[in-house]
Design a protein around this ligand. Structure first.
Ligand code: SAM
Length: 266
């Protein structure tokens, strides 16, 4: 049985914010650094000695780990808190000019723009998954298909090649992946490659919607799909089920990842 929670119109295109969680973690790390500094600085200043940075970094790491454990943060956040200050100190010893950090940050944002705000990293559908979806839509004539967060077109390009009778739309917001997908799909007249935010796209134009994102946005995305997609259309989520909603069908792809495609009829 599918969930029947009524949809509030104002929620339909709202992206789930992951920023609250990230800001909490930032506060936690800053609290640890501040607590250690408050104790260590006066102590070493009174003795007229320089702050021993490696020891300070490990003291911050220990405090951050303690705070993260006390506040029951997920294990990966505890690991990040424990590693952050020692790593920052270690990297500072390499004396790399700051411009390189800025360059590395900009390069990462060109590819992983979806990760900091929406907790959606980049990983790509493989050929087996594209073939499984092609089989799934084989009996539907003239499909209007959209891939939300289309990456570099790993799914959309093979589907568009295989189904010239159908139309495929990809929407992607990371600049470099968008550009690669744009170039790959340039010669396909049945493929529209759009730059933009998946939360702003109107899903009423599509009878098949695919998303391969992360667990974070699934509940909000399903709300949007239910409100905007036409009756009888299908929402497919690669790997991440919609919480508390029974899929109508689960396609098991015979690949090394053991990909599961969760299909929900709207
Ligand atoms: C896991 S990848 C999947 C790529 C592709 N759909 C595939 O199956 O190969 C998720 C993609 O969604 C993009 N993305 C994340 N948030 C987005 C947003 N709000 N709007 C558009 N694209 C987004 C990311 O940049 C990334 O390329």
């Amino acid at each position: 049985m599918q969930g029947v929670t009524p949809i509030k119109p104002s929620e339909s295109s709202a992206s789930p914010s992951a920023n609250g969680q990230q800001i909490r973690q930032l506060y936690l790390q800053l609290t640890a650094a501040f607590s250690v500094a408050v104790l260590a600085w006066p102590y070493y200043a009174l003795r007229n000695e320089e702050l021993p940075w490696p020891h300070t970094a490990f003291a911050i790491a220990g405090t951050a780990l303690l705070l993260a454990s006390l506040t029951r943060q997920p294990w990966w956040w505890r690991l990040i808190h424990a590693a952050f200050a020692p790593l920052a100190w270690g990297v500072s010893q390499l004396a790399i000019p700051p411009g390189w950090y800025l360059l590395a940050f900009l390069l990462l944002m060109l590819i992983f723009r979806g990760a900091p705000g929406g907790q959606v990293p980049l990983y790509l559908s493989n050929a087996d998954t594209a073939a499984a979806i092609a089989r799934h839509i084989a009996k539907r004539p003239a499909v209007r298909f959209v891939d939300l967060g289309a990456g570099v077109g790993s799914l959309l390009v093979p589907l568009a090649r295989e189904r010239p009778d159908s139309h495929f739309t990809g929407i992607e917001n990371a600049p470099l992946t968008w550009l690669i997908g744009r170039l790959r799909s340039a010669r396909l007249s049945n493929c529209t490659w759009r730059w933009g935010d998946l939360w702003q796209i109107d899903l009423s134009d599509f009878d098949m919607v695919h998303a391969f994102l992360s667990p974070t946005p699934m509940a909000a995305l399903w709300q949007k799909a239910r409100q905007q997609m036409p009756p009888g259309s299908v929402f497919i989520s690669n790997s991440f089920p919609v919480p508390d909603v029974e899929p109508q069908q689960v396609i098991e792809v015979n690949d090394s990842r053991r990909t599961r495609l969760y299909c929900y009829r709207v």
